[in-house]
Ligand binder design. Structure first.
Ligand code: GSH
Length: 236
């Protein structure tokens, strides 16, 4: 049995974390059954979620999880992709996971508008982890500081608001152009890359957040259609 250790659904998304949504979407694309466990991120091996438990093996990191599970399958999801297609898809995956992610982190955690939406959800996640009500506000504040520092350490958190928004919009422009009218990110068939592209499309379009980047995402009609199509196919 595959167990996915996750934060929990939030803001109408399968999980507060796009990396958890990525792993679950991959499992759904490949038709593998799994259980979900609401986990305490502080107890995770790398202090991050997702973590997957398979046959007593504990695997942290969404990419390592997908690679491990894909390694066990005889029919590989990406088998039909040539080297060039793989290279492009890999570059987009990295751009979303390593750059857009931090922009979204900043918009949700560091801006006052984002925090107004995010904080109540964080408090309820802390409740699910067993943190007593009286401590939740203090822990949420500390987590906000840590996450904001993480964005600064990565670099994006040191840029101005306008620069961060501008970078996120450019990423979404590139994402939408590369997606075009294809049914899936790489063409007619789903690949492992759709796990990432779906998770980040859903996060960027999430109606709970209203900011320059989410509005820009919503203006990309093909992105909206892609997200809705995969949601219907794998999440309903
Ligand atoms: N490279 C990791 C990134 C996972 C990650 O950043 N998870 C975040 C939530 S989106 C987390 O657990 N953050 C808690 C922390 O870093 O303290 C993956 O692909 O799984």
């Amino acid at each position: 049995m595959i167990q996915v250790h996750k934060f929990g659904p939030a803001f109408g998304l399968p999980d507060a974390s796009p990396f958890v949504t990525k792993v679950e979407t991959y499992l759904r694309i490949t038709g593998q059954t799994y259980e979900v466990v609401t986990a305490d991120v502080r107890k995770a091996p790398r202090g991050q979620l997702p973590v997957v438990l398979i046959d007593d093996k504990r695997i942290p990191d969404s990419t390592a999880i997908v690679d491990f599970l894909e390694g066990k399958r005889s029919e590989k999801l990406d088998a039909h992709l040539d080297e060039h297609e793989r290279a492009i898809a890999f570059a987009f995956k990295s751009m979303l996971e390593e750059h857009l992610y931090f922009g979204m982190l900043y918009l949700r955690w560091a801006t006052e508008d984002g925090w107004k939406v995010f904080e109540p959800n964080l408090r309820s996640m802390l409740g699910n982890m067993g943190v007593p009500g009286i401590l939740r506000g203090m822990i949420a504040k500390k987590a906000r500081k840590q996450v904001t520092n993480r964005a600064k350490t990565q670099g994006i958190g040191r840029a101005s608001h306008e620069e961060i928004v501008g970078a996120c919009k450019k990423i979404l422009d590139a994402f939408a152009i590369q997606l075009g009218e294809k049914a899936y990110f790489c063409g007619k068939k789903p690949t492992t890359f759709d796990a990432t592209t779906y998770a980040f499309a859903a996060g960027a379009l999430c109606p709970a957040f209203d900011n320059e980047v989410s509005r820009h995402a919503r203006s990309k009609e093909n992105l909206v259609r892609y997200e809705a199509r995969l949601k219907e196919q794998y999440w309903q």
